[in-house]
Design a protein around this ligand. Structure first.
Ligand code: NAG
Ligand code: NAG
Ligand code: NAG
Length: 509
């Protein structure tokens, strides 16, 4: 046998081994999950640069394809092609990336698996054979996805502790968050941006003690202590060699005005302005963490553009602020327009999607439901086509009930862990995230791409990668196949069939 042919066969075998297929399971919810167990877990090989007119295309769909890979070559521009998506050269915002949150529940669920499966799960998110997440959100203390409410400075009888003498990290940090973050950093060679957000302040700092109290504000005389508390978190994580790219002014202040009892610190716009201007801004900038970006809002998109307009109207506040964080839960009407207006009003302040999940309205976990993934892809495209620089999911792993959550706020997650069976399930949401996170590395820039019809079921978006490549992502929300052509005037045409309810990522150089 010829040596070259032998090597060819060996390479094919290696290639086959390096990307394992999905072990599909259908729970009857309109789609499938991929099961990972001791014998099996699907992977996706890292993307390799292609020469000339070659492209690579990955498809996932409701029918069960998962990162289905096909290679091809551009053809000459055709004259009778339909539904053309033209890729232009005009550049827009630079992308920071995609990721999820290191909530306590994420850690608890991962740790409920044996060591081999923990490794498979972590690699699924962060490794080159996974979906290569490059951003993570870290709760500062407890959230609703903890097994109890807590801050880092809870005192007996809520005694005031102005010097923060009682401040200490929780077991959730040392057992779950810190080890997991370290694994992620290692797998991504430290090319990983962390964002910190607080849900809960110590009772003794607040106008109404109790983690679930509605409209409980930081007392005026505690403004500086609350700023010190947050900077102390950056300091304590720094001792663990974990540094933060950004910190928000607090998770969802609006929630403190709503009837649902989710832990949250309330703010008025004027109160927060004063706190950023006189306390948080100067304290952070005078600390060792002076390059940490400050992100305001970290709350529902419907607050745009009014809340950022009001906060940033104060020029001193504006000086401290780098970005605006948005959540998708109370999305109503034409939200991309709100993004455009906010960008126009504050062109030097970035917008980042800092939290989203499914299952917060009716059902909690819907194993296999394709719509879960489709809704993620739809939202990511609409955000990133309107100036948003990245998209961060909520819990990275929940149990089969969508918990644990100490207030019973069960929701869905891209990975669901079944500790009893020692297996985990990758939901369509996992693949939807991957269609972006795997193919749009940090530092990519969005480029122009034409939607072939404004109100169509097909959405598209395109990026120039830092390695000079181009990524085009196309979402077909229709329940039927649609023929379409991606046209890059520099290369030619890719004519293809977008299968019913599918996401397609195409990369070429
Ligand atoms: C907390 O309150 C209880 C009951 O009033 C009291 O016995 C205890 O000494 C208090 N602890 C502190 C640290 O003040
Ligand atoms: C941060 O502080 C260092 C010194 O500690 C200083 O050299 C640097 O210019 C500061 N950066 C910013 C953005 O203020
Ligand atoms: C979890 O595993 C247990 C034990 O194998 C099984 O009975 C149960 O149906 C599984 N749950 C799901 C949602 O697959």
């Amino acid at each position: 046998m010829k040596l070259v042919a032998t090597i060819g066969i060996i390479l094919q075998v290696v290639q086959h081994l390096s990307a394992q297929d999905c072990l599909s399971r259908n729970y009857g919810n309109g789609g499938t999950v991929c099961v990972c167990n001791s014998d099996h877990c699907d992977t996706i090989a890292p993307i390799k640069k292609l020469e000339g007119t070659k492209y690579v295309k990955f498809t996932s769909n409701k029918a069960g394809l998962r990162f289905h890979k096909e290679e091809g070559s551009f053809t000459k521009e055709g004259s009778d092609v339909k539904n053309v998506i033209t890729v232009g050269t005009k550049m827009f915002q630079e992308i920071i990336g995609f990721g999820g949150a290191f909530s306590d529940s994420t850690g608890i669920n991962i740790k409920s698996l044996n060591a081999d499966l923990q490794d498979k799960l972590i690699r699924s998110y962060f490794s080159d054979e996974g979906i290569e997440y490059s951003v993570g959100r870290v709760p500062i203390g407890g959230t609703d996805f903890s097994i109890k409410g807590y801050s880092y400075c809870d005192t007996e009888n809520d005694t005031v502790d102005l010097e923060l003498n009682n401040w200490k990290l929780a077991s959730a940090d040392t057992d779950y968050k810190i080890p997991l973050i370290k694994e992620a950093l290692k797998l991504r060679n430290n090319e990983f941006d962390l964002l910190a957000s607080a849900w809960i302040a110590p009772n003794w700092m607040k106008t109404k003690p109790g983690f679930l109290e509605r409209q409980s504000f930081i007392k005026d005389e505690m403004y500086q202590v609350w700023a010190n508390y947050l900077v102390k978190f950056l300091m304590e994580y720094n001792k663990q060699d974990i540094s933060f790219w950004g910190i928000t002014t607090g998770n969802e202040p609006l929630t403190a005005y709503l009837p649902n009892k989710i832990p949250s610190v309330a703010w008025t716009v004027d109160g927060q302005k004063k706190w950023i201007r006189e306390n948080f801004g100067p304290t952070l900038k005078n600390s060792n963490f002076n390059n940490t970006k400050i992100i305001i809002v970290d709350d529902q998109i419907l607050l745009l553009p009014i809340v950022p307009d009001q906060l940033l109207a104060d020029k001193e506040v504006e000086m401290y602020v780098d970005g605006i964080g948005i959540h998708w839960y109370l999305e109503i009407g034409d939200f991309p327009e709100l993004l455009d207006i906010t960008h126009k009003n504050h062109p030097n302040v970035f917008m980042l999607a800092t939290e989203a999940c499914n299952g917060y309205v009716l059902n909690d976990v819907e194993l296999g439901n394709w719509y879960g993934g489709e809704s993620y892809a739809d939202n990511i495209i609409k955000n990133l086509n309107h100036w948003v620089i990245g998209w961060i999911d909520w819990n990275m792993a929940l149990d089969v009930e969508g918990g644990p959550t100490f207030i019973g706020n069960n929701v869905d997650s891209p990975i669901i862990v079944n500790a009893t069976a020692q297996e985990f399930y990758k939901q369509p949401m996992y693949y939807a995230m991957g269609h972006f996170s795997k193919f749009i590395p940090k530092g990519s820039v969005r480029i122009e791409s034409s939607q072939f019809s404004k109100n169509s079921d097909v959405l598209d978006i395109a990026f120039r990668r830092p390695d000079g490549g181009t990524t085009v992502i196309v979402l077909n929300k229709a329940e039927n196949d649609i023929s379409s052509t991606v046209r890059d005037p520099r290369k030619g045409d890719i004519t293809m069939t977008l299968t019913a309810n599918s996401i397609t990522s195409i990369v070429y150089w």
